[in-house]
Design a protein around this ligand. Structure first.
Ligand code: DGL
Length: 264
């Protein structure tokens, strides 16, 4: 059966972090209709248990699929993807693209062989990350550091506030204080919220490091899986959130081509 040109790509995150993926997707597929879905009632995922995250993500994506008939779902969240990707793929009959830490490209560009990985507490402890490290960075040193405060900082920045600079200082100082931390020349931003505060993080690095995230790769993967399909994006896109629609939300989403936001 042919996919209707108006059938959306559903982009899912716990909050506004997935907008870093949406930016890349807009460049690659400007005509693709998108529904941006955020489980704001469950934010932050990084502080939750694996069971809770898996149940929320699988339950919500099931209900959203029935409501919106997406042609493809992108889990634009490292925490949700590293925990629930396999399970969601088993139960939903729609192509699912996940967002997982960009360890492979980081391993290809590091010169010192020491890579920092900033993620949520839940992401950095995942077996999925162990497997990526074993597969792509076995001869490198991967320093994992949880930086949960950056999630709130990115949410605040998008809502027009200036986050406390001490948050960025703590994230970078904490990562560098680990054994061999000063050797880090490449930092994987393993949470979709973090590219949204990349400039603030870069300002804390005394020597230049390269930051890397998965957004472009994900956009390319979505383009390849939808190749040959037609897209028609006649209206502004929509967002749905599971929590209350706060006053600052419409303005935060508007620059990403999202014209309305409602509670799911
Ligand atoms: N944006 C999410 C990620 O990529 C996590 C934020 C949260 O803690 O909910 O991991």
């Amino acid at each position: 059966m042919e996919i209707p040109a108006s059938s959306p790509i559903l982009l899912f995150d716990s909050g506004l972090g997935g907008l870093s993926v949406l930016s890349a997707l807009r460049k690659t597929l400007p005509d693709a209709p998108v529904i941006y879905a955020a489980d704001t009632a469950g934010l932050p995922y990084g502080e939750k248990s694996e069971a809770e995250i898996a149940a929320r993500v699988a339950g919500l994506l099931g209900r959203m699929s029935e409501r919106f008939y997406p042609r493809l779902i992108c889990i634009a969240c490292n925490t949700a993807s590293t925990i629930a990707l396999g399970m969601v793929r088993d139960v939903l009959h729609v192509p699912i693209v996940g967002t997982v830490p960009a360890i492979k490209p980081a391993a290809a560009i590091t010169k010192t062989g020491t890579i920092g990985l900033l993620g949520t507490a839940a992401t950095i402890r995942q077996r999925y990350v162990d497997d990526l490290e074993a597969k792509f960075a076995q001869d490198k040193r991967l320093i994992r550091h949880a930086a949960p405060e950056l999630v709130g900082a990115a949410e605040a920045k998008l809502r027009g506030h200036t986050p406390d600079v001490a948050i960025f200082e703590r994230a970078i100082a904490g990562m560098k204080a680990t054994t061999d931390g000063v050797e880090i020349d490449t930092v994987v931003l393993a949470c979709t919220h973090f590219p949204l505060v990349q400039a603030e993080l870069a300002a804390q690095m005394k020597v230049g490091v390269q930051f890397i995230d998965g957004a472009e790769g994900i956009a390319k993967r979505i383009a390849s899986l939808t190749q040959g399909q037609t897209f028609e994006r006649s209206d502004a896109d929509k967002a749905v959130v599971t929590g209350a629609v706060d006053d600052a939300l419409p303005a935060a989403l508007a620059p990403y081509g999202i014209g309305s936001v409602t509670q799911f």
